[in-house]
Design a protein around this ligand. Structure first.
Ligand SMILES: [Zn+2]
Length: 406
């Protein structure tokens, strides 16, 4: 039996995807032969209610010198993080010379907002290329994984932090015990710890199984994260639902008992009870919906191929890797995937090896159908690509259900 990494109980696997490559493992022709695969399987822990994957590649395989995702490359995400930084800055506890630490600071998009306001700051970013991009813009950044040991050294060198922020990072950290002990040590007695991650409630509601991939070691619920923080002397004091990544929660946490707890937290816990997020059967029903979704999508793509239609993918996202490999989408069914990230162009998608091409290739000539992998930016993309629709192009959607756009 596989054990929960957080509480040691036997976990209950509910969805196996088979051998899966790394979600961000876009690769070149000469790398095909040594492509890395691992068994991707999602499980529920009856002991602590945490949804997790039972196996994860070593962190160094995922967050290395060639991590292809830069926060600043999406204008919309950059705006989102500016807003996040402003909110965290507004709630800074009174302090003469506050220190803000960001865990997983990537290229410094969010950290720059604190630095721009003249605040002391420190970014922690293990991906060397992203960390270097942050340093190049004058942001103080250490290239390491955030652990209790690193937190100790930060306290020695910089003192304790007034605010710690982490966006789409905490759910990546397999050893959350060390990271949360680090947060507890680093955070001042009345400091705030903000973190934002995809919400398991949204994943279930939207059948968004594509949120399950190597980097997401966990999918948090308010119940599971509250329980975990308590074990580390911390406490969730507020939760705000966010539309990012197709449904996330922004958590505000503090030392246990240091600050009043918002009523929203109890409302969330109540709602999660009603949704039966702590019942195994809920996840079995989710698996059935995933299988139906997969079968419908595959059938649709095969029908389009038989009808001689050109189909491309839109957005070589991390999420697309799960969809492509779980549904068995091959180069027979999809001509290429277009993406605006220069680092990904000219590579092939992990596992299925569908070519990744530039956005220009999407435009000339337009395909008949485009499968929208970046569905969390649906409105923005559909507006930007109005010409595709005008020329008779149709979007293929799969979240929350498989179908064509109107
Ligand atoms: Zn557990």
């Amino acid at each position: 039996m596989k054990k929960c990494l957080l509480c040691g109980s036997s976990v209950e696997p509910f969805l196996s995807f088979g051998p899966m490559p790394r979600a961000n493992g876009f690769l070149r022709l000469e790398e095909f032969e040594r492509e890395y695969f691992f068994p991707l399987e999602a499980a529920f822990c009856p002991g602590c209610a945490m949804v997790q994957i039972t196996e994860q590649p070593e962190p160094e395989r995922m967050f290395n010198a060639s991590y292809p995702f830069f926060t600043g490359s999406s204008r919309r995400m950059a705006l989102h993080f500016e807003e996040f930084a402003k909110e965290a800055a507004r709630h800074l506890p009174p302090s003469s010379n506050p220190l803000v630490v960001e865990i997983g600071s990537n290229d410094g998009t969010m950290l720059a907002c604190f630095a721009g306001a003249g605040m002391r700051h420190l970014g922690v970013e293990p991906s060397l290329n992203a960390a270097q991009a942050a340093r190049d813009r004058g942001l103080k950044t250490v290239s390491e994984f955030f652990t209790l040991d690193l937190a100790r050294r930060i306290v020695q060198d910089e003192g304790r932090a007034d605010t710690i922020v982490a966006a789409n990072v905490m759910c990546h950290i397999r050893d959350l015990h060390s990271a949360l002990d680090g947060v507890r040590l680093l955070l001042k007695p009345r400091g705030l710890f903000w973190f934002e991650d995809p919400y398991v409630g949204d994943v279930l509601e939207k059948t968004a199984y594509d949120q399950i991939y190597d980097e997401h070691a966990y999918l948090f619920s308010v119940s599971s994260i509250s329980r975990l923080l308590k074990r580390h002397g911390l406490e969730v004091v507020d939760v705000q639902p966010m539309p990012t990544h197709g449904g996330s929660n922004r958590f505000t946490a503090a030392h246990r008992g240091a600050l009043p707890v918002s009523r929203t937290v109890a409302a969330f816990l109540e709602r999660e009870k009603r949704l039966e997020l702590h019942h195994r059967e809920t996840y079995d029903r989710f698996r059935k919906r995933c299988e139906e979704s997969r079968d419908r999508l595959t059938a649709l793509l095969k029908d389009l191929r038989r009808a001689g239609k050109r189909v491309v993918g839109y957005g070589a996202t991390s999420k697309s890797t799960t969809v492509i490999n779980y549904c068995g989408i091959t180069t027979d069914l999809m001509e290429f995937i277009c993406d605006t990230t220069p680092l990904k162009q000219g590579t092939f998608s992990p596992g299925a090896h569908i070519p990744v091409r530039s956005h220009e290739q999407f435009l000339s000539p337009y395909p008949d159908y485009a499968l929208l992998f970046a569905w969390n930016h649906r409105d923005e993309i559909m507006e930007k690509e109005g010409g595709f629709r005008e020329k008779g192009g149709r979007w293929i959607l799969y979240v929350p259900t498989v179908g064509l756009s109107n």
